[in-house]
Design a protein around this ligand. Sequence first.
Ligand code: 6PG
Length: 345
Amino acid sequence: MKKHEMPESVHCGFLSCSFSFHSSVTRRSACSSFSTVANGFVNQQFRKIRPAKVHSKSFVHHLAMSITSTKTRYIESDFSVFRISQDVKEVEASFGDYFVEIASKAIEKQGSFTLAISGGSVLQCFSNAILETAVRRERVDWERTLIFLVDERYVPWDDPQSNYGQLHKVLQASGVEHKVKVFPVNTSLSLEEAASSYEQDILSCQNERDFIKVLHQPVKYQLEKVPAFDLILLGLGEDGHTASLFPNKELLDETKKLVGYETSSPKPPLERITLTLPTINHAKNVAFIVVGKGKAQIMQRLCEDHSLQYPARLVVPIFTRKEWFVDEDAMSQVVAAQEAPREML
Ligand code: 6PG
């Protein structure tokens, strides 16, 4: 297995990285395209960190939104926007506003909203911030919303580890489950079949408009078109995994499939089905939700360590910046976050 190392001088969209163009995002191409421009950026580390009020128009728009409901400060680099909230409740409010806006815009523009959601604390945040908060729940047109799973544990739906099982429970509890269209992974099939049939589910429900023609790229994905989810919600494991993409796994090299499977996951259960990097990196919006002291070390490493061993670092969306909904605890070891202005808005 190739060691996913990047030359010391380059980064991928975290606080210590900035560059203005974006071609394809496979590691090799990332390495090759970055290394051509990297040197010029080393000295620019952290130069791109700006307190909220000097951001782009859309940022100001978000800013406007955030004043009404959260105490959040922003740090951005060319690939990431970090919304750092004081605590989990504020993260939920900040994320909730963002979610409602993305959903409304997609439905306004194309009549549908395709969401892919991760399990664990991400699902909990979604439930608290959206489903359990009437003011936001009622602003989402659930009949025009399609919910997919970013990844699934290879267990029956009634197993407590089932992401679909958990999602169904919270949708049911909030009374929207009969309105929204949810696409579970068929875990009664073999692992391989479950992954390929989920790929067919994704392909079958996307109409022409939702597909993105894969741009030219140094290292071609063997994919003609990739469905562009309107929003993909990701969590972050302490080893830097996201979805069911774990460090040093073959699945990180996948360039043909939209959905893959893992047979020996370091996080139980062993067998999992997951969206692949090509699918994640073609989404129109990608947001990480990461809270708590338990994630401080991995956030520090992601923001300050340049190796590519962390799968979350390979999430570099082509059409947008990653949005990070984080709390102060999760950012407590990230120097840049500590140095950045603290004024809350
Ligand atoms: C899963 C998830 C996985 C999760 C991370 C973080 O199904 O296990 O999709 O990728 O997001 O493991 O989990 P927490 O956010 O619960 O810490």
